[in-house]
Design a protein around this ligand. Sequence first.
Ligand code: ADP
Ligand code: MG
Length: 347
Amino acid sequence: MISAAARMFAVVALASLLACERQTPEYHEQLLVFGTVVDIKLYGVDAKRAAPLVAQVAEDFQYMHEAWHAWHPGSLGRVNQLLPSGETFAVGPSLLPLIKRSQDLSARSGGLFNPAIGNLIALWGFASDEPPTGPPPTNAEIRAVLDLKPAMSDVHLDGINIHTDNPVVKLDFGAFAKGYAVDRAIERLREAGIADAVVNAGGDLRAIGRHGQRPWRIGIRHPRAPGILASVEVEGDESVFTSGDYERYFDWQGKRYDHIIDPRNGYPAEGLSSVTVFADQADLADAAATALFVAGPKAWLPVARAMGVSGVMLVETTGTVQMTPGIRERIHFEVDELPPIIISEAL
Ligand code: ADP
Ligand code: MG
């Protein structure tokens, strides 16, 4: 039995919490970069302190976008122009850590995340500002690249120098540059003393701290309908990245060809319409989402384990949703009718 005084205290405490929530500033800004809207939220920070910080992050993003672009001229464009010569040359400093990190993640994914397949991505028409319309490349064109097995292990770094003996290696960081950039943004915010923030690049995000009295609440996009499929609360430090077949694809003779290419056969991966990965770093979450998308509905679990992610949710093209037990406990579906759900083994 709660005494009247205790009840009174509880009501007063709640009221002051609410007042506190209302007074606590929250800074919110949207940037247009990486071909998407990047949404930055800082909790408990006033605009005077937040605005110059976010301006710095925006500047960093713009630099990375230009330097690492897969088909616009820039640092990466220059590397891709010089690599096929087999010569050794100095690589732009911003690219070095990106290449090293992608080599590590590619190895952990068993080569399913493979940023060395830029030539395959270009063959399918996805290295372009215009969405491709088909037709698909011929088998012979695909084989000409695949037979030489482009891999990140073909890329040799020595100090600031780079070379490869494999003439079909072309670097495309489309599957993880955004994650890598989000990590750098969070790093910069933390260095400036920010403890509670979300950097959300078109639904792919890393969140640190909390939103005041509650965790951050985020949505996971529905791969086949407008709006969100599910929501989840995140706090502390967690990244949530989704790869899907719904943003970049083309239909050709009744078949969908999406932008995630299976490096084993050179064709767009099939079987899944989206993969959402939870991990402690955004670049890992981004690379893993792509790798698991390639692995497909039957083979993703060992890849998720090898990469060290903490949770997974996948939507099969049939509409069935698979997820790890930990994610099932946290996720709230935001649709009228629950899809068929399969709970996987724990990671
Ligand atoms: P999104 O861009 O929807 O976030 P991803 O993170 O999966 O999706 O990135 C897809 C992009 O990654 C493609 O557009 C292409 O540039 C590149 N890519 C495609 N297949 C692979 C692969 N198997 N490994 C590495 N990069 C890939
Ligand atoms: Mg990715």
